[in-house]
Ligand binder design. Structure first.
Ligand SMILES: CC(C)(COP(=O)(O)OP(=O)(O)OC[C@H]1O[C@@H](n2cnc3c(N)ncnc32)[C@H](O)[C@@H]1OP(=O)(O)O)[C@@H](O)C(=O)NCCC(=O)NCCS
Length: 128
């Protein structure tokens, strides 16, 4: 195995911010993940330069297994994630590792409030 999986450090936030494709800057990630009661935890795979390739060297499986291990130690009973419909390589990968597709088996929809709809909900709270 030519990589090491370890808990993320504050210094990793710039790279994490680039990878996660949501509007969270490295400064916000540093604040939210490395405070007294962090909102999230993160693992990173450290790969020596000479072993870097796009995929297929066990890193995806390594990260998934490590997340499962961390969860089990905290007595979690499920590992749930979101994957886009078109991302068949990832969907096939999760299926090959034993995941069920809840959209297929149970018809779940992903529901989100953000921007104005989230503001509206929060503002309504003051009137309750
Ligand atoms: C899908 C992805 C996570 C797989 O990670 P990877 O590092 O390429 O895969 P690994 O080398 O860890 O594969 C390990 C195992 O999974 C299997 N596997 C990998 N890709 C697979 C696929 N598309 N379908 C079925 N099995 C797959 C391998 O055959 C191997 O099997 P083994 O455990 O029996 O040896 C990776 O290709 C990826 O990061 N894709 C782009 C980013 C992305 O979309 N991530 C998911 C967002 S939801």
């Amino acid at each position: 195995m030519h990589f090491k999986i370890r808990p993320a450090k504050k210094e990793d936030c710039k790279e994490i911010s680039r990878l996660i494709m949501v509007s969270r800057s490295n400064v916000e990630l540093e604040r939210d993940g490395f405070c007294e009661n962090p909102f999230f935890q993160c693992l990173v795979a450290e790969v020596p330069e000479e072993h870097k390739s796009k995929e297929g060297n066990g890193i995806g499986k390594g990260l998934l297994c490590k997340v499962a291990e961390v969860g089990k130690k905290k007595e979690c009973v499920r590992l749930q994630l979101s994957v886009l419909d078109w991302n068949t390589p990832s969907r096939d990968f999760y299926a090959a590792k034993g995941a069920q597709d809840l959209t297929v088996s149970e018809g779940w929809h992903a529901i989100r409030f953000d921007g104005q709809s989230l503001d509206n909900l929060a503002n309504e709270a003051a009137k309750i």
